[in-house]
Design a protein around this ligand. Structure first.
Ligand code: NAD
Length: 419
């Protein structure tokens, strides 16, 4: 059997849209492989004084629309193929929402839960140092992803600044986004991806006359994206009835408090020990009769093994690549709407852009302004995607790629391909 490649899946998705759009052959050629692929083996001194070698990647797919941009993931399954796919998705995501960035992604193959805070700090610093000038505030700007957070970004920023031999190194805070507020983060960045997930759902609900306050939902992955999506959706009156994370799945038909579960989890308890719900099997989680399903963990989670059982009316992709191509076929055949990752989780990179712009002008926007500007961008991206889907009689994922491809190809047309 052919080995599964996430990069192949990402490539097939945009190539399908390119066929629809009759994309210029030269642009297709340029986009067909990343510009730069950096893989690094780097040593870290562990608490027991042993030296361990870790492997990390930074893949820069395209920068025709602006500096490379994309998260850094710490996860045991991180590999070159996965990071390549995630970098491709960033190019199209930034182009779809129209923020002036290209696409990149990074990752280290490590389980951050198994490292002490000191080990994690040394790993982050050593990886950043090894990346050297391959990242930079006007060149390639990392952000948090699975297994990393605002604190990781503060450490990357600090390491980068300390390695610069220039007088203005303190003016380079925008080398990363998604930082803690104290070191130059933006209000609203932490919840931004979840906020964008909900703005996308609201646009869909308005268009399809669905009352979100009467909806039930399930969430897979209860980290940054999963929690904030759930928490904001709950504030609109919807009811979370099931959650799944890497420890297992829980269910309560009467509703689970998003905040209470988060506090329980943050205190170091696995969600499966939460008293206000019952533990269910993984296959039962996917088969629940919910209105909305939010995959917000990792790629490939909705696949041939569970797609048939899914009863949700709409799947809103908080995670990147949570639905395999085969599962997508099954779901679309069943009439289930998929609000694709490119669109639904683009709130994160959009507010990352706001943070970058604030850092460059030494300003701090109020939360209301961040949310208002985010909503304008998300609503526009939804409207364009939905319009193309109807106009070209295609699915929303393909439509989102077409919107992105139009921007990318116009930029190449206007600039030409060097030399
Ligand atoms: P996170 O590390 O904060 O949370 C990940 C969650 O997924 C955890 O709750 C973990 O328990 C769960 N998980 C891991 N493996 C699982 C499994 N096999 N089954 C079920 N649950 C599992 O990560 P995050 O930042 O919330 O990112 C989640 C997804 O969203 C990723 O695909 C990421 O690329 C995407 N994303 C994140 C952002 C962002 O701003 N953080 C932006 C856009 C997209």
């Amino acid at each position: 059997m052919e080995k599964f490649s996430l990069y192949k899946q990402a490539s097939e998705q945009w190539q399908k849209a390119a066929d629809f759009f009759e994309l210029d052959r030269d642009v297709r050629t340029v986009l067909s492989e990343p510009k730069n692929e950096i893989s690094i083996n780097f040593p870290v001194r562990m608490d027991n004084h042993e030296l361990r070698l870790f492997r990390g990647h930074r893949i820069q797919h395209n920068n025709i629309l602006g500096p490379f941009k994309g998260g850094i993931r710490f996860h045991p399954m991180v590999n070159h193929d996965e990071v390549k796919a995630l970098a491709v998705w960033m190019t199209f995501k930034c182009a779809l929402v129209g923020v002036p960035f290209g696409g990149a992604k990074g990752g280290v193959t490590v389980d951050p839960r198994e490292l002490s805070s000191g080990e994690l700090m040394r790993l982050t610093r050593r990886f950043t140092h090894a990346l050297g000038s391959n990242i930079g505030p006007e060149y390639d700007i990392p952000a948090p992803d699975a297994g990393t957070n605002a604190k990781t970004m503060a450490i990357i920023m600090d390491t980068f600044m300390n390695a610069q031999n220039t007088a203005n190194r303190n003016a380079q805070r925008h080398v990363v986004t998604g930082k803690t507020l104290t070191v130059g983060g933006s209000l609203g960045r932490e919840k931004a991806t979840g906020q964008g997930v909900v703005y996308t759902l609201q646009s869909w609900a308005q268009e399809n006359k669905v009352d979100l306050s009467k909806c039930t939902f399930s969430v897979q992955g209860y980290g940054n994206v999963g929690f904030h999506s759930a928490n904001i959706l709950e504030s609109l009156g919807a009811k979370m009835i099931a959650v799944q994370d890497h420890t297992g799945s829980i269910y309560n038909p009467n509703g689970i408090s998003t905040e209470d579960l988060k506090n329980f989890n943050l205190s170091g308890n696995p969600i499966i020990e939460y008293q206000e719900s019952e533990v269910i099997a993984e296959h039962e989680f996917f088969a629940l009769p919910v209105d909305i399903m939010i995959p917000a963990a990792l790629e490939g989670q909705i696949n041939e093994s569970n797609a048939d059982a899914i009863k949700a009316k709409v799947i809103v992709e908080g995670a990147n690549g949570p639905t395999t191509s085969k599962a997508e076929e099954i779901l679309l055949h069943k009439g289930i709407t998929i609000l694709p990752d490119l669109l639904a989780n683009s709130g994160g990179v959009t507010v990352s852009y706001f943070e970058w712009a604030q850092n460059k002008t030494s300003s701090q926007w109020p939360l209301e302004e961040v949310d208002r500007k985010l909503k304008i961008i998300m609503d526009q991206a939804y409207a364009q995607t939905s319009h193309i889907a109807k106009d070209m009689k295609t699915d929303l994922r393909t439509a989102s790629y077409i919107v992105a491809l139009k921007r990318l190809s116009y930029a190449y047309q206007e600039r030409g391909i060097f030399p």
